[in-house]
Design a protein around this ligand. Structure first.
Ligand SMILES: [Fe+2]
Ligand SMILES: [Fe+2]
Length: 282
């Protein structure tokens, strides 16, 4: 098994389930200034499993509410439309991301753990560096590795070849993917985001999360996701083989005035944040 064709990629992206209708409706409602918490509640309550997940995530220590949020309407009022939108997105992709990713040496649940960690890290770092689109940072972090879901099958068969290329040629994992498969998980992930009609800055952040200097649309967002990913890799969270030779972009670090000391601080803050297992509810 060697290179895969563009047609195979397109077919695999098409096979991926569309975003659930409930999610698409919630996205639309949160964009509409005339909609109310009740409107969103009416839509979400059509899906009880989704509602339960949303409430679990809304109640995680990450969002810091001292008392229990018992209803979707409460969650919307307390957290706001944008945060609810990002939580609904997380609740809807957790199943896809929780699959086993053998090709990337990830156990069931590990890619979800990694994705949710990068999402929280991106939101946390965004607040620290005063990048105010906190929930956009979260969603970009959540989806950054979605391309692995598509490439996993091809990777299963090429796993050893990719590892060998990384070791023998001393090149980053991402370049080894391209060399062996013809595609890497970032460009494939961008195709998934396009298929789901996500905004262009999310497509870009997914596309360039390993090479943030290539971003043009929203350089800050892409750099944030890159740093959040690199921090989670440094912390050893759900990295499988993507963590091999992960170069961190000094340009991205400089954009936010971050140095090694700042990263150490972020890591210790995130260690606390990640200790709440409720954040990883599926
Ligand atoms: Fe990645
Ligand atoms: Fe990642």
């Amino acid at each position: 098994m060697g290179r895969i064709s563009l047609e195979q990629i397109v077919a695999a992206v098409d096979d991926l389930p569309a975003l659930p209708h409930v999610v698409v409706q919630v996205m639309e409602l949160t964009e509409d200034p005339d909609s109310t918490a009740q409107d969103i509640n009416d839509v979400l309550s059509q899906d009880q499993a989704m509602t339960a997940r949303v409430l679990k995530l809304a109640n995680s220590a990450f969002y810091g509410f001292p008392r229990r949020i018992a209803t979707v309407t409460d969650a919307i009022v307390l957290l706001g439309f944008k945060t609810i939108k990002s939580i609904v997105m997380a609740a809807s992709v957790s199943d896809i991301l929780a699959r086993e990713m053998e090709g990337y040496a990830l156990e069931p649940g590990e890619l979800w753990q990694h994705s949710q960690s990068v999402a929280m890290a991106a939101r946390h770092i965004a607040r620290k560096v005063k990048y105010y689109q906190l929930d956009l940072a979260y969603t970009a972090g959540l989806l950054h590795d979605i391309g692995k879901v598509i490439l996993n099958n091809a990777m299963k068969e090429s796993y050893h070849k990719v590892i060998n290329v990384v070791m023998e040629q001393n090149i980053p994992f991402l370049d080894a993917e391209v060399e062996i498969l013809g595609f890497n998980h970032t460009e494939v992930g961008a195709r998934v985001a396009e298929k789901w009609n996500l905004p262009q800055d999310l497509v870009e952040a997914i596309n360039f999360h390993h090479t943030p200097e290539n971003a043009t649309e929203n350089k800050d967002l892409t750099a944030l996701v890159h740093i959040a990913d690199a921090v989670c890799v440094a912390m050893g969270i759900g990295i499988g083989i993507d963590g091999m030779l992960y170069p961190i972009s000094s340009e991205a670090m400089e954009m936010f005035g971050l140095d090694e000391v700042a990263v150490e601080t972020i890591i210790s803050e995130l260690t606390d944040i990640f200790s709440d297992q409720q954040s990883f509810a599926k």
